[in-house]
Write a protein that binds this ligand. Structure first.
Ligand code: GDP
Ligand code: IMO
Ligand code: MG
Length: 421
C-alpha cells in the first residue's frame, strides 16, 4: 500500500511539514521525482531545517527513507544536506537508501541550466539553476549517468565523454565560466556517495509492500509545475503528479491508496509564468509579509495571490486526490476580506477549465468574496473551535472541489495541524 503527499499548486505548499507530521504512520518515505530544486521546510525541536533531496521522514528513527529512481540527484547538495541532518543528531547512514537508477546531476548540467536561462533573456523560466532541466534531458535523451554507474570502473570515461558533449553545447551558448571548482566538489561528493546504501529501488520498495509495510511517496514541486499538465513551458522537467509515483518508484498503480493533496489557503508561485490570481498590489505584499513568502531554495520573493479553485480542481482531477490538506490558513487571520477564484474569463468568455496555453492568454479571474475571520487560529487544536467564517470558507472550497479539506495547518510547527473529522 502506497499513499502519496503532493503539491496541488506551484510548489511550496508546505509538503515538507505535512510529510514530517505523517511520517510516524509509515515505514518508508520515498521521493519519486525532482531534485535539489525542491526546498522542504521542517521544524525539528523548534529548529528549522530545509531538505532538498532527502525525504522528509529522515527525522523519525523508525522510518526508512528512499531517494527513488525518478529523482535527479546532485551529489554535492546531498553531501551538504547529510551534514546538516547529522547536526540534528540523525544517523543518515542508517535510514537513507538511494536507487541505483536515479540520474546524477553533473556540474555541467548546472552550467547548462544557467546558460540556457541566460540565452532566453526575459523569457526565462526562472529555474532554480540546479541543473534539473539538463539532467532530465540527458535522461530522456539516453545520455545520463546514474547512481549505479558510480560503482562501475568505466564511470570516469563515461563522465569525460558526457562532459565533452556538454562543453560543445556550452560553447554554443557562449558560456565560458570556469567550473573546475564545481567539478572538484563533485568528485569529492561522489566518493562520499559510493559508501551509501545504493539499492535496486523497485525491488526494495515492492518487497516491503508485499510484507505489509506502509509507504508514503513524497512529491516535490506542485501539479501546476508538472511537465505535461502544468503551465508549460513555465514548468519543471518531471511529472510531479501522482502518475509520477509509478514511474518514479517502480510501483504499480493499483498499489496507490490515498492521494493527499497539499494546498495553501491562498496561492504562491516563484519564478516566471502565468498566475491568474496574482496580486501585484498591497494585498499581495501583505500575503508575502505575513506568510514569509520567500523561496526555501533560492530566497527569491514568492509571487502571491488568492486561492485558484479552477487550477485546484484540475489538480484534484489529474492526481485523483482523495484528501486535501490546507496549509498556512493562519496567514489569512488578519485579512478583512478574502477572495477565491471560481472561473477564468478569457476574451469575454467564462470557463472553468484550465486552458491549454495559459501564458499567451489574457486570463481574468472571476472572484468570489468572503468576509475574513479576523482572529488568531494558531493555537487552536479542534476543528469545531475554528471561527464560523473560516468554516464557511473551507466548506465553500470543499463543495467546489468535491474533495474534503481533511486537515488544516495553522502554523509552521509540527503540532499545528487540525483534523476535520
Ligand atoms: P514545501 O516545498 O511544499 O515543503 O514548502 P516550503 O517549505 O518551501 O514552504 C512552506 C513554508 O511555509 C515553510 O516556511 C513552512 O515552515 C511554512 N509553513 C508550513 N505550513 C505552515 C502553516 O500552516 N502556517 C504557516 N504560517 N507557515 C507554514
Ligand atoms: P518545492 O518542492 C516552488 C519552479 C522554479 C521555476 C520552475 C522550473 O519546494 O515545492 P527548475 O529548477 O525545476 O528548472 O525550475 O519551477 N520550482 C519550484 N517552485 N517550489 C519548488 O519545489 C520548485 N522547484 C522548481 O522556480 O519557476
Ligand atoms: Mg519548497
Amino acid at each position: 500500500m502506497v499513499d502519496v503527499i503532493l503539491g496541488l499548486q506551484w510548489g511550496d505548499e508546505g509538503k515538507g511539514k505535512i510529510v514530517d507530521f505523517f511520517a510516524p504512520r509509515y515505514d518508508l518515505i520515498a521521493r519519486f521525482q525532482g531534485g535539489p530544486n525542491a526546498g522542504h521546510t521542517l521544524y525539528v525541536n523548534d529548529k528549522k531545517i530545509v531538505l532538498h533531496q532527502i525525504p522528509s521522514g529522515i527525522f523519525h528513527e523508525k522510518t526508512t527513507n528512499l531517494i527513488g529512481n525518478g529523482v535527479v540527484l546532485d551529489p554535492v547538495t546531498l553531501k551538504r544536506e547529510c551534514n546538516s541532518v547529522a547536526a540534528f543528531g540523525v544517523d543518515y547512514r542508517k535510514n537513507l537508501y538511494i536507487s541505483q537508477r536515479a540520474h546524477l546531476i553533473l556540474p555541467t548540467h548546472r552550467a547548462l541550466d544557467k546558460a540556457s536561462e541566460t540565452s532566453k533573456g526575459h523569457e526565462k523560466i526562472g529555474s532554480t539553476l540546479k541543473g534539473i532541466g539538463p539532467a532530465y534531458m540527458d535522461k530522456t535523451g539516453r545520455n545520463g549517468l546514474r547512481v549505479g554507474d558510480l560503482l562501475d570502473k568505466s564511470f570516469t570515461t563515461q563522465y569525460i565523454k558526457l562532459r565533452l558533449k556538454h562543453q560543445k553545447l556550452l560553447d554554443g551558448l557562449n558560456f565560458h565560466e570556469d567550473i573546475s571548482e564545481w567539478e572538484e566538489e563533485f568528485f569529492e561528493a561522489l566518493e562520499f556517495m559510493r559508501s551509501f546504501k545504493i539499492v535496486n529501488g523497485e525491488y526494495f520498495i515492492n518487497e516491503r509492500i508485499s510484507q505489509g509495510k506502509k509507504v508514503l511517496a513524497e512529491g516535490a514541486q506542485g501539479s501546476m509545475l508538472d511537465v505535461d499538465f502544468g503551465t508549460f513551458p513555465f514548468v519543471t522537467s518531471s511529472n510531479t503528479i501522482s502518475a509520477g509515483v509509478c514511474s518514479g518508484l517502480g510501483v504499480a498503480p493499483q498499489l496507490i491508496r490515498d492521494v493527499i493533496g497539499v494546498s495553501k489557503a491562498y496561492c504562491t508561485r516563484v519564478g516566471s509564468g502565468p498566475f491568474p490570481t496574482e496580486l501585484e498590489d498591497e494585498t499581495g505584499e501583505e500575503l508575502r509579509k505575513t506568510g514569509s513568502e520567500f523561496g526555501a531554495t533560492t530566497g527569491r520573493p514568492r509571487r502571491c495571490g488568492w486561492i485558484d479553485l479552477v487550477a485546484l480542481k484540475f489538480a484534484c482531477m489529474i492526481n485523483g486526490v482523495t484528501k486535501i490538506v490546507m496549509t498556512k490558513a493562519d496567514v489569512l487571520d488578519a485579512f478583512k476580506e478574502l477572495k477565491v477564484c471560481t472561473a477564468y474569463e478569457v476574451n469575454g468568455q467564462k470557463t472553468t477549465e484550465v486552458p491549454f496555453q495559459m501564458s499567451r492568454l489574457p486570463i481574468v479571474p472571476v472572484l468570489e468574496s468572503f468576509e475574513g475571520w479576523k482572529s488568531d487560529i494558531t493555537s487552536l487544536k479542534n476543528y469545531n473551535n475554528l471561527p464560523a467564517r473560516m468554516k464557511e470558507y473551507v466548506d465553500f472550497i470543499n463543495k467546489f472541489l468535491g474533495v474534503k479539506v481533511a486537515f488544516i495547518s495553522n502554523g509552521p510547527g509540527r503540532d499545528q495541524l487540525i483534523e476535520n473529522l
